[in-house]
Structures are given as C-alpha cells and as structure tokens.
Design a protein around this ligand. Structure first.
Ligand code: UD1
Length: 392
C-alpha cells in the first residue's frame, strides 16, 4: 500500500494551534506516517504542554529540548538537532508553520537535504525587517516548495518576490480551523467564573484583554511604560486582564513597571490591569470571545478576533495580516498613548465596523493542505481519502 512520510516541526506557542488541525487531518487518512517534532523553543508547561492537552495533539515523537537563547544560537541548535532526526527518518516532506525561529531552522535543514518543504502561513509580510518574524517568513518562503497562504495579500507578496504560481496555494487559515473546532469547548471554560466575571445565569461583566510580547514593545522601557500607562487609563473604566508572557513579566520587573499592574487579589476585580499567568488555549479563547475589546501585539489574535467579531486594537505600526483590518475588527493603533486611548474610547462608545469573514477562513484549510500534498506525492492516497466524509 502506498504511503507518505511527513515530518512536522513545532516549537513555540502559536505553532501548536496551527499544527493541531493538520495533525487531526493526517490521522484521518490511512497511509500517512507522521512524525511530530517539538524543538523545545517553548518549554514551560503553560507555554507548551497545556496546548497539547487542550488541542488534543499527541505527545511529540521527538523533543529536541533546545530552550531559550540568542536568535543565532537557538536557530542553529534547532538545525543541528533536527538534521539528525531528518537524516535518520527520511521524510518525504517537512511541514513548518508560522514564523518563529524553529520554523526557519527546520525549513533550512530540509531544503539543504533536498527534502521538499511545505510552509503553512506563507506570504505574510509586515515589511518591517526589524521584526525577527519577518526575517523568518521571507527566508522560509524562499526555500519552501509548497507555499500555503492564508489571505490574498500573501499571494500578491509572493508573486512580487518572483515566486511562481505553481508553488503558491491559497488554502485559508489553519488557525481558524482550530478556533472553529474548539470554540464550543472554550465556551465551557470556567475562566470567567474563576476571575469573578460571571455569576450563574448572568452575562459577564465588561472587561478588556491585553497581550504584549514583541521585543519592540517589551524590551524598551519607555515604550513599555507608554503602553502600560495607556492601558492603565483605560482600565479605570473596565478591568483589563493581562496574561503575561514570561519575557514580558521579566521586563516589567526589570524596568520597575510592576506598579502599573493591580495587586488586587479579590475574586471580583473591578478595575485595573490584572496580571494573569499565561493561559491555555481554551481559557484564552473563552476570554477573547466575551471581551469588550482586545489590545495586542500578537499576529494570531488579530485573526482570531476577526472571526469572533471582537474589536481588536493592534499595538504595532504595521500588520502582516491586512485582511483583518480590511474585513475584520482590527485597527492598527501603534504605541502612542493618545491614539490608543482615542481608539479604545470609540470602541467602548459603541463604534462597530462591518465585519466579513475573510475568503476561505471556513475551517477547511488543513483539508486543502493535505489534498495538495497527497495529490503531489501519493495520488493513490488522495483517491482513498476521497471516500472519507470530508471535502476531498
Ligand atoms: C516567540 C516567537 C514569536 C512568537 C512568540 C509567541 C521567535 C523569533 N519569536 O517569541 O514570533 O510570537 O514566541 O509566544 O521565534 N520563555 C520562558 N518559557 C518558555 C519560553 C520562553 O520563560 O517556555 C522566556 C525566556 O526568558 C526566553 C523568552 O521567554 O528567553 C523569549 O522566548 P523566545 O522563544 O526566544 O521568544 P518569544 O518572545 O516567546
């Protein structure tokens, strides 16, 4: 019987929700051997393991246990250790997702060994080369054979870079596959009750949600102070919950900015920026779904809020996901306190923009990806998969 060997690389938190629907789809198709490799870029229970549990992803076959380090060290170490896995296991294709250091490292290893690379979430461009992710995206795309794109801007970006259409596949968004699959489970999360935001039978108290982790926002004390002081003003009107990334918490302490966070231990915080430990996928999705507004520098959250219909203020000067602004709830407000507060005040005052679901963000991106790969490597498996109750 025909078979196909796929190795997938994950490393950091946003990779896990992108690989989950792909893994689930692979498991539905007989004849695919899959090896899931975790680089160990993220290693804390709350940054990694809890996602495997929430998203029902099997334990990785390999954990390279690379851990934290400088960009060069981390990328090199993932390459060194992943190369050994690839040489030993000889996959037919390597799947990489997103734009983190582990993504680029695995793509380079496979490309140099002559193994085809499939990049999921290809073509996004912020045009800001000071972002490590932008470097990772451009280089990963340059060495990939299958460029799976989430939005039309990605197709245009790749064409402008001279990539031929036969490598570009507009398939939709696996992160949205994941969200649509898990939203009903997230609705059962106890997080609103735990935070004192909901009593039985009542709709939750109004609150905001904040996430910050980009080096450009948290590594500069003045920028971080400006952002926290803006959110602090907003949080006089409604509590703002802040699940804090470990690097951001380190910086807040180091720069003496802890005073911006509330120390309120009450189970019903009414005001202030309320720090939380990093949250699991289902708890965070539940909190996003019910929030009045979200302030963030994350990429994925801009996409998730578009589907949830929750207003999103992006605390950056650019986005690599323009469809979330053109069709979704996203506004790029930068890092200026006045602009952030003006935008927040419009949202809280009831401003609503017409929201459309971006093209192909329909929960079937992972199926389309598998269809392309099977069609290329094992059309026989594709024919067998077409008997399955899905849209092959
Ligand atoms: C990485 C990605 C970023 C992604 C983010 C999601 C790169 C270049 N950056 O950034 O694109 O949006 O993940 O979270 O790949 N740390 C812990 N525990 C962990 C992991 C990290 O405490 O489990 C701390 C360490 O101090 C580490 C720091 O966080 O030095 C940064 O971690 P790193 O993986 O290098 O980058 P992120 O900022 O998480």
């Amino acid at each position: 019987m025909a078979h196909l060997r796929i190795a997938s690389m994950v490393g950091a938190r946003p990779n896990f929700m992108k690989i989950a629907p792909i893994v689930h789809e692979i498991h539905r198709i007989p004849g695919i051997e899959h090896r899931l490799v975790h680089s160990g870029q993220h290693y804390d229970q709350q940054m990694s393991e809890s996602f495997f549990r929430d998203l029902n992803i099997p334990k990785p076959d390999d954990n390279l246990e690379v851990g934290s380090g400088s960009h060069a060290w981390q990328t090199a170490e993932v390459m060194r250790r992943f190369e050994a896995v690839v040489l030993e296991w000889k996959p037919d294709v390597v799947i990489v997702v997103g734009d983190v250091n582990s993504t680029l490292a695995a793509a380079l290893v496979a490309a140099k060994l002559g193994i085809p690379v499939a990049h999921v979430e290809s073509g996004l461009r912020s045009f800001d080369m000071s972002m490590p992710e932008e470097i990772n995206r451009r280089l990963t795309d340059a060495v990939s054979d299958f460029l799976f794109v989430t939005e039309q801007s990605g197709v245009q970006n790749l064409r402008k870079e001279g990539i031929l259409d036969n490598r570009i596949f507009f398939v939709g968004n696996v992160m949205i596959d994941c969200l649509l699959e898990h939203r009903k489970f997230a609705a059962k999360s106890e997080i609103l009750r735990r935070l004192g935001l909901q009593d039985d039978g009542f709709s939750p108290q109004a609150y905001g949600l904040l996430t910050l982790h980009r080096p450009s926002n948290v590594d500069d004390p003045e920028v971080l102070r400006e952002l926290l002081s803006a959110v602090a003003v907003l949080s006089v009107k409604l509590p703002v919950f802040f699940p804090v990334h470990p690097r951001s918490m380190e910086r807040i302490r180091e720069f003496g900015l802890s005073g911006y966070l509330t120390e309120e231990k009450s189970s019903t915080p009414r005001r202030g920026i309320v720090p939380l430990s990093p949250l699991g996928y289902l708890d965070f999705l539940c909190l996003m779904d019910q929030a009045r507004l979200i302030l963030t520098d994350s990429g994925g959250i801009q996409e998730e809020t578009t589907i949830l219909g929750v207003p999103c203020l992006t605390l950056r000067d650019s986005t690599e996901r323009p469809v979330t602004v053109e069709q979704g709830t996203n506004q790029i407000v930068g890092r200026d306190r006045g602009k952030i507060l003006a935008a927040a005040s419009r949202v809280l005052g009831g401003e609503r923009r017409p929201v459309h679901v971006p093209e192909l963000w329909d929960g079937h991106a992972s199926q389309r990806i598998l269809k392309v790969l099977l069609g290329k490597f094992q059309p026989e498996l594709l024919r067998a998969a077409s008997q399955l109750p899905s849209q092959y």
